[in-house]
Design a binder for this molecule. Structure first.
Ligand code: 13P
Length: 259
């Protein structure tokens, strides 16, 4: 089974919808310059809610070789939840991906594995693909219990999903100590945890699911380190923060296979 690599640029709370237009256009031109082939790697931008409609118009209007998605989703479909955005709303905007459980949501918004599991189910019920985030903080890494810690998160965030749903999902392993710090996990560190996640998925959901689920690494990924990370057998892509705001750098990450 060959899994199509997925490079997803998580813009976080950066770039308004006017700026988004410029970045997406420049990304598309640069990818064309690099002779990007979407059969070799999928490229996604994960943008603020306020940018989605603009990005949708650009991607669909100009038939750009990109997909797009959101950074979070409500637990509810509609109703009195001021400030929330629902999965049906995101599906209506043709979002392909929705990130759930990013460490910044866990840290600043108290999201638990249980909440993240419920959000992942909402995304799947609405025919979109969740990018489900897990990862340990520095104290856990220093203790050496990071593999058990992340596998406990996996048990929680995937609870109650079907094998087919897990096989169609994306899991992002993002060690919190490597996010935005310039401190990238070594390729071996990334493989250790991504491999353990795949084994756990096999134990829980069977080998079809474990062979088709895509597992990304995230944390200070750049054009200069992506090739070594992608050479690891259980790493199927990257969730890229800071480097995805620079279209030139992100285009080089997306076309890692040519280097
Ligand atoms: P950086 O690439 O900026 O370290 O961010 C990683 C991340 O959190 C992507 O979701």
């Amino acid at each position: 089974m060959t899994r199509l690599p997925l490079m997803a640029g998580n813009w976080k709370m950066n770039l308004n919808h006017v700026e988004a237009t410029g970045v997406v256009q420049k990304l598309a031109w640069t990818l064309a310059d690099y002779r990007y082939d979407k059969k070799l790697c999928e490229a996604a931008v994960i943008v603020p809610f306020t940018d989605i409609r603009t990005v949708q118009n650009l991607v669909q209007g100009d038939r750009l070789p990109l997909v797009f998605g959101a950074q979070d989703v409500s637990l509810y479909d509609s109703g009195a939840y001021t400030g929330e955005v629902s999965a049906p709303m995101l599906a209506k905007l043709d979002c392909t991906y929705v990130v759930v459980g990013h460490s910044e949501r866990r840290e600043y918004h108290g999201e638990t594995d249980e909440i993240i599991n419920a959000k992942a189910k909402k995304v799947l019920e609405n025919s979109m693909t969740p990018i489900i985030c897990v990862g340990e903080k520095l104290d856990i890494r220093k203790e050496g219990t990071h593999v058990e810690y992340v596998l406990a998160q996996i048990n929680g965030v995937l609870d109650g999903l079907s094998s087919e749903q897990v096989g169609a999902a994306v899991i992002a392993y993002e060690p919190v100590w490597a996010i935005g710090t310039g401190e990238v996990a070594t390729p071996e560190d990334a493989q250790e945890v991504c491999g353990a996640i795949r084994t756990r998925v096999e134990e829980l959901f069977g080998s079809d699911a474990s062979q088709s689920v895509r597992i990304q690494y995230g944390g200070s990924v750049k054009a200069s380190n992506v090739v070594d990370i992608m050479n690891q057998s259980d790493v199927d892509g990257a969730l890229v923060g800071g480097a995805s705001l620079d279209p030139e750098e992100f285009a080089r990450i997306v076309t890692f296979y040519g280097r």
